[in-house]
Write a new protein. Structure first.
Length: 323
């Protein structure tokens, strides 16, 4: 099969839209593989952006070294990997992106072999994740500090409480719709759409139900269509909610500001609530499998990365050093 048998997407101006020169020069099969990978195959926008950046960076390096796509060898990929100035997790992500990209080229007969397939990255294993943990007392202080005399306070308290009492990711909270707060016949639940397209129902405990109901009533969303955003942006001057949904970045900035206002550590982030909830439940003896199910991890090893109990044990040990 030659390099021009498969079509590729062209922009209205008739140019190959956003493709690296090495791809456009390699023929129709290569262009088709690029379009397929970054427009259809990778569905998660964050993964798509990260993989596209990694592949573009590698191809720019190849171009600087006068390598065409068909001239790239395992040695080329290995040399690039060794020269890449980044953390080991970032380098491993770059290598994963290259393997995925070249696999697609092989599938579409743009290349005969995947030059990245035999390249190995460094070993890297974390016993504990790096996200800082917010303590239970700090969470209580945060909730108590949010004045609920207006719609903004009611909204912000509800967002913080959802993060605490469901251990959901901030992106999933930003994606909630009015219909996501539902009754399943026996109890109130929040229906989240998580990473990888997984849908999960998390039961709503009584205090969280009160916070959500108070917000919905004040925002006049109790009878709103199910597909409308649950948490909405604020019109600054009038301090009324707009129809547009808050993004994960909006929520992150709001929480950062709320935490800064009461003097909490600046390194805390929305993901810190997830760490705190996992550590708290494991500390109470809740089985790992049940916590894993709550937070939606496919692998229990991922859940263990959020467990900060060992750090507390280590602190108690070093405090006993006699010097």
């Amino acid at each position: 099969m030659n390099g021009d048998m498969l079509p590729a997407v062209i922009d209205p101006a008739g140019k190959w839209d956003g493709m690296p020169p090495l791809v456009t020069q390699a023929g129709g099969n290569a262009r088709f593989a690029w379009d397929e990978l970054f427009s259809a195959h990778i569905r998660n926008p964050h993964t798509r952006r990260a993989y596209s950046h990694a592949v573009r960076q590698f191809l720019a390096w190849c171009e600087a070294h006068t390598l065409e796509l068909r001239q790239i060898t395992p040695c080329s990929v290995g040399t690039y990997y060794d020269q890449l100035h980044a953390s080991i997790p970032t380098k491993k992500q770059h290598l994963s992106a290259l393997k995925c990209f070249f696999d697609r080229l092989v599938i579409r007969h743009a290349l005969g072999l995947n030059p990245a397939a035999s390249v190995r990255g460094e070993r890297y294993q974390l016993a504990e994740g790096k996200t800082p943990e917010i303590t239970v007392e700090q969470e209580r202080t945060l909730l108590a500090s949010i004045h609920v005399h207006d719609i903004v306070g009611l909204r912000d308290r509800a967002i913080a409480a959802v993060l605490i009492y469901t251990a959901a990711r901030i992106g999933a909270v930003a994606g909630l719709r009015v219909g996501s707060y539902a009754h399943d016949g026996s109890q109130r639940v929040l229906r989240f759409l998580e990473k990888g397209g997984k849908a999960r129902d998390i039961p709503v405990r009584d205090d969280l139900e009160r916070f959500l109901s108070a917000y919905l009533e004040a925002a006049e969303l109790c009878s709103a269509p199910d597909n409308e955003p649950l948490f909405r942006r604020l019109a600054r001057k009038s301090r009324v909610l707009k129809p547009q949904a808050m993004t994960a970045d909006d929520m992150g900035r709001m929480l950062k500001q709320r935490m800064a206002d009461i003097g909490l550590p600046t390194q805390l982030s929305p993901h810190s609530f997830r760490v705190a909830t996992i550590t708290d439940l494991l500390s109470q003896g809740v089985p790992l499998e049940e916590v894993q199910h709550l937070v939606g991890h496919a692998d229990p090893r991922t859940t263990r990365l959020y467990d900060r109990r060992q750090k507390k044990v280590m602190r108690s040990v070093v405090d006993r050093i006699s010097v």
